[in-house]
Design a protein. Structure first.
Length: 240
């Protein structure tokens, strides 16, 4: 779970431990044993034998940049693109897991490996091809169902220096609001889908509630968001 903060990772691990799921970290597999063409065990580097009927191998993600590199396109932790998804060769666009770009939310270079990011970039790339000059401003969000945990994430929390917790961790229903200074970076929600959807609306509107407002709960946040949106409408009316 690369996008998940330490507190949520700890919570996930504790819930899985309680259901009998054993997680071995810092462990490598030396070999697999099998009988009659089927796996029977995985042997760790330390010699421990783990009985197994199925083995899932995840080898990580490496961006496929060879073709772009051969074409002389700029590579920087993937295929580097601008805010319209154009590469260093303007006639060539790149999107998805292999595309690296400066994210509007954090100001840092990122490469997001998610379906949502790829589809949002595809929509923008299509508009770029049609001659529009829209800037990529989609709110990133992710999710994962793990046992009795529905984990939903919105925003990018890298660089955060403080957080506010709503809900009850012991009841397996809580949200963590991550901040850098007084600016909301993102929200991780466990079995609180309402917080997640509200977070997507807040970040999409450019609204950053103070930690004190977050502490008032969902109703206080909804009221604060509505007031913020009304303030954005009034100057437009005045100009008209």
């Amino acid at each position: 779970l690369p996008h998940v903060a330490r507190d949520d990772r700890r919570h996930v691990r504790q819930r899985l431990d309680a259901t009998g799921v054993r997680i071995l970290s810092g462990t490598t597999i030396a070999r697999l044993e099998g009988e009659n063409g089927h796996v029977s065990a995985a042997i760790t580097a330390s010699g421990e034998r783990l009985p197994a009927q199925m083995v899932i191998i995840g080898i990580g993600v490496v961006p496929n940049v060879e073709l772009a590199q051969a074409a002389g396109i700029t590579i920087a932790n993937g295929i580097h693109v601008d805010q319209q998804m154009r590469t260093s060769v303007p006639e060539i666009l790149a999107i998805g897991d292999a595309a690296s770009y400066r994210h509007w939310l954090t100001g840092g270079e990122v490469r997001l490996e998610s379906v949502q990011n790829a589809t949002d970039q595809a929509r923008l790339a299509a508009r770029t091809i049609l001659g529009h000059a829209d800037v990529f401003a989609a709110v990133p969000w992710f999710w994962s169902d793990i046992g009795d945990i529905k984990l939903q994430m919105v925003g990018l929390i890298s660089g955060g220096d403080s957080h506010v917790v709503l809900g009850d961790v012991n009841e397996n229903r809580f949200s963590i609001y991550h901040y850098v200074g007084n600016r909301l970076l993102g929200i991780e929600s466990v079995n609180r889908p309402g917080d997640h959807m509200l977070g997507r609306k807040m970040l999409g509107a450019g609204f950053s509630p103070t930690p004190q407002t977050v502490a008032t709960g969902p109703d206080g946040l909804k009221a604060a968001l509505a007031a913020f949106q009304q303030m954005q409408i009034e100057p437009v009316r005045a100009a008209e």
